[in-house]
Structures are given as structure tokens and as C-alpha cells.
Design a protein around this ligand. Structure first.
Ligand code: FMN
Length: 361
């Protein structure tokens, strides 16, 4: 059967189907539980949470899920943790965003003690909690962390946006490699080459599958059986689907966001760094267009991400599509399902239909 792959065996799931983790509060334990119950691997992105919140999340996932699930972190890239804008830079960033803070009725932020979570504490929490699966982007954890994962039986999934990153992940000994093509929604997780150079899924998957022994999982632009069948034909042994799961009512995306994913405007997505300081794919809206004028002056991640976080949060609770970060992949126009169970059943049935149609030709 098409779904009996090494990736499914390693993940201990019926289907070689991973629900892409969503950071920044868009994952939900309900979504992960529904995906795991339907035969895939539910994931939860925790990069924005501190160690105590990660512990609470994993406890809730364990309560809801009897089988495997994944916890996902961002690996700090370069010297991002040391970034500290001067008081002057801080003030000019606030001034640039003040019209949006005012429009949403939120206070101007004060200089914080840190601009992102403490990664060392996050990783300690993950090792202590021993989730069934640990996935990560933007790099590779240290050899000690990966060794501890192997010792504790935690399956590891790294993410590559180009062949070099895939080779580095294989060398580090991860269990699965997600090959994330440029169609994918959300951040381009590149760590060895510029993010805007990463190839599309149909180019990346076969090139990487030819070079590594580790099973490859295709991500980016997959939303139906045609996408899954083509990923398998290209050499992937599983798929990671993001945008189509984000559009399900179980996700933590606001109703405004889920509606935006279904609009005609979702046909055009762009890579932008205006929301977080790092390139990510999303639907163009007013904030994206207006801020693009200032793109060169914006601070890098995590500083810009910290500055826009209250805007994104208030926009979600006030139903303001024009000021939300509308992360979406290039195949958002293929979204047809509102619930996880119907989506997973469709993906399975549609893959079988496509493969048998191709086989009978
Ligand atoms: C809103 C959003 C947030 C995301 N956050 C993360 C994340 O924190 N960690 C991660 O590994 N991938 C993240 N991704 C990528 C997805 O997990 C998945 O690989 C990608 O969406 C697959 O491409 P698709 O959107 O075309 O299906 C995110 C994607 C979206 C749309």
C-alpha cells in the first residue's frame, strides 16, 4: 500500500502524513489530537512559549492523544539572541508602528528584558518531557541534544530548504528530513543559504532523495491526492501539510484568518520579512503592503517579530484581516475542507484515486 513507508514506520502512524506545526499561537492541542486520531501525526509549534508553557502544552497533548505527536522548536540562527536595539533604534521602531498600535487601541511597548524565549530552557523542557517526536527548523540542535533524543527514544525531524541543509541534517543523524519547498506557507526555514533561493518542492524533493538515506518528507503546496502522489513519485516517503490543516476549524487560526485563506486574494502569496524580520510566505494585506515600503529599515528577527506581536494578536481578536499576518502556502486555493477528519479521509481517498488512475493508464 502507498502509505506503508519508512516514514510511517518511524513515526508509528498509520499514514505517512504530518500536520505541519504552526508557531506563534496558531497550533492547537485540539488540532494535533484530531490529526493523530485520524491516522496522521499531529504537531504543535512551541517556539513562542517558555519552558513552563511547553510543559503545560505537552501535558494537555498527552491527555488528548494516546499515540505519537510532535513538538516543534526554532533553533536560534547565528547571533540573533544577542540582538539588542539601542534606545534610539527602539524608539524609531515604535514610531514606525505607532499608527497601528493606536488604530488597534494597544499601548506602545516598553523595552523588554528579552526579545525571544530562552532556547536553552526550551530544549531542557523538551528533553525532560520526552515527547514521542521532536521536530525543528532553522538549524540543527547540538550533537548532545540529538544524542539525548536517541537515548530517550524521541524521534527527530529536521527541516531542509535546500540540498546542503538536507545533507547536514543527515550527517547529524536525524530520523526524518522534511524537504520544505518554496511553495510552503509560513517562514522559509533556511539556515545555510539565503531563504529566497530555496527551490520549489518538485525540484527539492528528488534532488535531496537522491543524496540521502534518511527518509524524506515533502512539504510545500500539498493539499490533495495529486500533491501526495507526486511527492511519492519524486522520492518522498511522506508529506507534511500545513495550510490545509490551518484552514480547519480545529486550528487556532481566527475565523477572520480562516476566511481569508478561502478568498480569491489567497491566490497571490508573497515572501515578506515585514512581520517577523525573517522571510515568510503569506497573503498580501494592508500591513504587508504599507510596511514593505520600510522593509530595508526593519530590524531582523526576533526584534521585528517582538514589535509586531501585539499588532498581530490584537488584529486576530478584533477580526482585522488588514493587520493580521496571513501566512499561507501557494496552494491555499485548493482548500476544500473545514474539519480535520474529513480532510484526512479526503487526502487518503484522493491519493488512492490518483495512484490507481495513473496505474491503469
Ligand atoms: C501559519 C504557519 C505557521 C508555521 N509555523 C511553523 C513552525 O513554527 N515550525 C515549523 O517547522 N513549520 C512551520 N510552518 C510550516 C508548516 O509546518 C508546513 O511545513 C508548511 O505549511 C507546509 O506547506 P503548505 O503550507 O504549503 O502545506 C508554518 C506554516 C504556517 C502556514
Amino acid at each position: 500500500m502507498w502509505f506503508e513507508t519508512r516514514a510511517a514506520r518511524i513515526l508509528k502512524t498509520r499514514l505517512p502524513l504530518i500536520q505541519g506545526p504552526f508557531g506563534g499561537g496558531l497550533s492547537s492541542t485540539r488540532l494535533a489530537a484530531a490529526v493523530s486520531a485520524a491516522g496522521g501525526l499531529g504537531s504543535f509549534g512551541v517556539h513562542h512559549l517558555d519552558a513552563a508553557q511547553i510543559k503545560e502544552t505537552v501535558a494537555e497533548l498527552r491527555r488528548l492523544i494516546s499515540g505519537p505527536f510532535a513538538i516543534n522548536l526554532w533553533i536560534p540562527l547565528g547571533s540573533e539572541r544577542e540582538l539588542r536595539p539601542t534606545q534610539e533604534e527602539f524608539k524609531s521602531n515604535v514610531a514606525r508602528l505607532k499608527p497601528y498600535y493606536d488604530e488597534l487601541g494597544i499601548p506602545e511597548p516598553a523595552y523588554p528584558s528579552g526579545f525571544s524565549q530562552d532556547f536553552e530552557r526550551q530544549i531542557e523542557a523538551v528533553l525532560e518531557l520526552k515527547p514521542p517526536v521532536f521536530s525543528f527548523i532553522f538549524g540543527i540542535p547540538s550533537a548532545e541534544v540529538l544524542k539525548a533524543c536517541r537515548t530517550h527514544g524521541i524521534v527527530t525531524i529536521g527541516t531542509a530548504t535546500n540540498v546542503e541543509e538536507g545533507l547536514a541534517l543527515e550527517e547529524a543523524g536525524v530520523d526524518l528530513i522534511v524537504a520544505s519547498g518554496s511553495e510552503a506557507g509560513g517562514h522559509r526555514a533556511s539556515f545555510l543559504r539565503p531563504p529566497d533561493e530555496s527551490p520549489a518542492t518538485a525540484a527539492l524533493v528528488p534532488q535531496l532523495a537522491d543524496r540521502v538515506r534518511t527518509p524524506v518528507v515533502a512539504a510545500g503546496g500539498i493539499a490533495d491526492g495529486r500533491g501526495i502522489a507526486s511527492a511519492l513519485a519524486l522520492g518522498a516517503e511522506g508529506v507534511q501539510v500545513g495550510t490545509a490543516f490551518l484552514a480547519c476549524e480545529e486550528s487556532n487560526a481566527s475565523e477572520t484568518y480562516r476566511r481569508a485563506l478561502r478568498k480569491d486574494s489567497a491566490r497571490a502569496t508573497v515572501l515578506t520579512r515585514v512581520f517577523s524580520g525573517r522571510y515568510a510566505r503569506g497573503i498580501r494585506n494592508r500591513f504587508l503592503t504599507e510596511m514593505t515600503e520600510h522593509e530595508r529599515a526593519l530590524p531582523p528577527y526576533p526584534v521585528q517579530n517582538w514589535f509586531t506581536q501585539p499588532i498581530r494578536q490584537a488584529a486576530a481578536s478584533q477580526g482585522r484581516e488588514d493587520l493580521l499576518a496571513l501566512w499561507a502556502g501557494q496552494n491555499a486555493p485548493l482548500i476544500r475542507h473545514d474539519g480535520v477528519q474529513e480532510l484526512v479521509e479526503f487526502l487518503e481517498r484522493d491519493t488512492e484515486r490518483v495512484l490507481s488512475r495513473l496505474g491503469s493508464r
